[in-house]
Design a protein around this ligand. Structure first.
Ligand SMILES: [Ca+2]
Ligand SMILES: [Ca+2]
Ligand SMILES: [Ca+2]
Ligand SMILES: [Zn+2]
Length: 341
């Protein structure tokens, strides 16, 4: 009966168009593929003897790479998309069409890794509801600059809201946990502009980057079925081969540090906070923990203290999930002996 009305005819025509779109050859719309490390080669293989060997292609076996889809790209043909765009200062810019063929000795490999893992991190936050049910947390195209510095240092600059990856030792962007750590700073800055002006706030920033790196890596491993053969609490297993003893870790998120162990350096003191985040994950599971942790961060002052940030996180847990969740969060901060919690 509806087909007799003009509106019904239009609807029928629309259905035909939709079916034609679906029937288009899959190859025409297939997402581009890239070679990436499965978080990092030490974590995925468990081989603590891997070495950088001056960016040698042969020092990492072919089995350390996986082929994965590059998502959310624009139509430029370069590494530019909804959640990330890559600027390169060394070497030619990566082409999406070639992304399935780069190896670690190609400058373009780090560009691909940075795009893939920044996108992966924002997709993870989106999957937690940030950007839909909850406010977005850096839900914009993140600028990333590769190999800006020869030094073994990567950082987030809040003037340009840009992430820069260095290339000392293992090229920093060859380790997804370094990429996501830096992205963590961008997330914090997007949530609270200028975040990190006190020593304790700066420590929370480092802790969050480390924790996010572990969480996004674990999520990706589960999602893609990638192997994880190193301790989950170890951050940047691959970047750290050039400066740590085995098992190689830049830092850990399961240290026994308490508030009394503060030394006045943000990375070291961050291990107090990241252990609390890791314990919240252990109590509540990754998804609930991360929804609470990220949502709480919107309420942190730029110069927050451990105490104030802990109390805000406990209150956020109470509001989102009730008393038992709030109790679990409080217990995690109390175990770190943060005063006033
Ligand atoms: Ca490299
Ligand atoms: Ca490095
Ligand atoms: Ca790791
Ligand atoms: Zn950092």
């Amino acid at each position: 009966m509806a087909r007799r009305t003009p509106r019904g005819l239009l609807a029928a025509a629309t259905v035909t168009v939709a079916l034609a779109t679906l029937a288009a050859p899959a190859s025409a719309s297939a997402d581009p593929q890239a070679r990436v490390f499965m978080v990092n080669p030490v974590q995925s293989s468990g081989d603590q003897t891997l070495v950088d060997a001056k960016d040698s292609a042969t020092s990492v076996p072919a089995g350390a790479y996986a082929t994965a889809t590059l998502r959310n790209l624009d139509s430029s043909g370069g590494l530019s998309g909804k959640w990330a765009y890559i600027r390169s200062d060394t070497g030619a810019s990566a082409k999406v069409a070639d992304a399935g063929g780069y190896a670690r000795d190609d400058d373009q490999f780090e560009q691909v890794m940075a795009y893939f893992w920044v996108n992966e991190a924002q997709e993870y936050l989106q999957s937690l509801g940030f950007g839909t049910e909850l406010p977005g947390a850096n839900d914009r195209a993140q600028p990333v600059r590769i190999n800006q510095w020869g030094a073994d240092n990567s950082f987030f600059t809040d003037k340009k809201a840009e992430i820069r990856f260095g290339k000392g030792g293992v090229d920093d962007a060859e380790d997804a946990e370094v990429v996501v750590h830096e992205y963590g700073h961008a997330v914090h800055h997007a949530q609270v502009p200028g975040f990190g002006t006190s020593l304790e706030a700066g420590s929370i920033g480092e802790a969050w980057g480390d924790y996010l790196a572990v969480s996004v890596g674990a999520h990706a491993d589960a999602k893609y079925g990638w192997p994880a053969k190193a301790d989950i609490a170890c951050v940047a297993d691959w970047d750290a081969v050039s400066y740590s003893d085995a098992p190689h870790c830049l830092r850990r998120v399961d240290s026994d540090k308490t508030y009394a162990d503060k030394v006045g350096e943000v990375h070291a003191d961050g291990e107090i906070w990241s252990r609390a985040l890791f314990d919240i994950r252990g109590s509540l599971g990754a998804r609930t923990a991360d929804r609470i942790i990220v949502n709480a961060q919107f309420g942190f002052a730029p110069d927050t203290s451990f105490k104030d940030a802990a109390l805000t996180t406990i209150a956020t847990a109470q509001k989102m999930y009730g008393k038992s969740a709030a109790d679990a969060v409080r217990k995690a901060f109390q175990a770190r002996e943060i005063p006033g919690v």
